[in-house]
Ligand binder design. Structure first.
Ligand code: FES
Length: 113
């Protein structure tokens, strides 16, 4: 089966709480899912600056104010809704979004080929 057609369960919906993301690996792609203004968002856990993971604490991706996703290495800031980098060394670049949906209390994601 083609990877782009496969939805993978990554966590229970109840695991997503305020400011707490859930990390996963699907098809060798590390990613994270979180709620932003009650909307599900999911991204590959890869900073466009150096291609390394964004966080250094499990499930912690937001800045101190909880407004932006922040890379722990050089501090780049990304909008949670679209993953656009608005400050930092990769300004103008973006996180790689993953498709995400909820079904029967489960969070499902799929990654592109
Ligand atoms: S590695 Fe993320 S801002 Fe440099």
């Amino acid at each position: 089966m083609n990877a782009s057609t496969t939805w993978h369960p990554v966590c229970e919906r109840d695991a997503l709480t305020d400011r707490q993301a859930v990390e996963f690996t699907v098809d060798d792609t590390p990613g994270f899912v979180m709620l932003h203004r009650d909307r599900l968002v999911a991204y590959a856990n890869r900073c466009p600056h150096l291609g390394i993971e964004l966080n250094w604490m499990p499930g912690r991706f937001l800045d101190a104010d909880g407004d932006f996703i922040q890379c722990a290495t050089h501090g780049a800031l990304f909008t949670p809704d679209r993953g656009h980098c608005i400050a930092g060394p990769c300004q103008g670049d973006a996180l790689s979004p993953l498709e995400v949906r909820e079904s029967r209390g489960q969070i499902l994601v799929r990654v592109p080929d």
